[in-house]
Design a protein around this ligand. Structure first.
Ligand SMILES: [Fe+2]
Ligand SMILES: [Fe+2]
Ligand SMILES: [Fe+2]
Length: 280
């Protein structure tokens, strides 16, 4: 089997993981705080680990990880319906991994997929159990249709954070400088934290976060990647700053300022990396 063919299959798997992460996080955020939401977030973190392993393998094979999101099953009116859909999404993943394990002839990649498959089988059981649990505990969709100015800020923030998560992950995978790889991944994780804070804030205010993202920088050179990252961080820090000054809610103001400070820190980290890379 040619390397490019394996890369194409692994990218299908990667896209599936991306879809699962977003589907599960959307469900967890919409339920507000609670045990079930935490358990679902934990599953979502396992899917992130899968995504990471697949992307690193793709890069080792000389490929580029796809940032396209695979299929999601977002229909359903109740939390119980959602859990049913999460079971179905795991079914989809299990079917695809089994197929790919069959056709890929590289031993260590087969082993990796086998490892991921065993997680998916375990998730399948978890979500099947969550169908009952959500019904018994009457877990509710807490979102509402509030779309006031505060919700607009939060909605914009969620979409921005989702964009930079993907962008920094891609830049981390494509970087050949070890320090840049580590820093980009670290900042991507920090952006995931921002995404969670903003989405949860939105749901607690009876809004409805939308899991959509903007354009992702596809530069080939590390210095171009960093310049794009610095540009987006500066813009977004200014935007959070403006929003923090405008909102009346003191807690939200503090949250926006805290995120703004992180973004300013990101600018500095990326500036340093750029200097480093330009020197070498
Ligand atoms: Fe899974
Ligand atoms: Fe952020
Ligand atoms: Fe940032």
């Amino acid at each position: 089997m040619k390397k490019e063919e394996i890369v194409a299959l692994l990218n299908q798997d990667l896209e599936g993981e991306h879809g699962a992460i977003i589907q599960y996080l959307s469900h967890a955020y919409a339920m507000g705080e609670g045990e079930l939401a935490c358990e679902i977030e934990a599953i979502s973190r396992e899917e992130m680990r899968h995504l990471d392993w697949l992307a690193e393998t793709i890069v080792e094979l000389g490929g580029k990880p796809s940032m396209v999101r695979g299929k999601m099953r977002m229909e359903g009116k109740s939390v119980t319906d959602w859990m049913q859909n999460d079971v179905l999404l795991e079914d989809d993943a299990i079917t695809m991994y089994k197929e790919h394990i069959q056709i890929i002839d590289d031993h260590s990649i087969k082993r990796l997929l086998q490892r991921i498959l065993s997680d998916e089988e375990s998730h399948h059981g978890d979500f099947a159990h969550f169908i009952d649990k959500s019904r018994k505990e009457d877990v509710k969709d807490l979102r509402g249709d509030n779309a006031n100015a505060t919700m607009q800020v939060l909605k914009w923030g969620v979409e921005h954070e989702y964009t930079v998560i993907l962008q920094y992950l891609l830049h981390s995978y494509m970087a050949t400088n070890e320090r840049m790889k580590v820093e980009m991944e670290d900042q991507a994780i920090n952006e995931m934290q921002h995404l969670g804070w903003l989405a949860e804030k939105m749901v607690s205010g009876k809004g409805s976060p939308r899991a959509e993202h903007g354009d992702i920088d596809n530069s080939k050179e590390m210095s171009d990647m960093l310049r794009a990252d610095i540009k987006i961080e500066k813009e977004v820090a200014a935007e959070y700053d403006r929003a923090a000054a405008e909102v009346g809610d003191e807690k939200l103001k503090q949250l926006l300022k805290r995120i703004r400070d992180h973004e300013l820190y990101h600018v500095e980290v990326f500036d340093d990396l750029l200097k480093d890379i330009n020197k070498s």
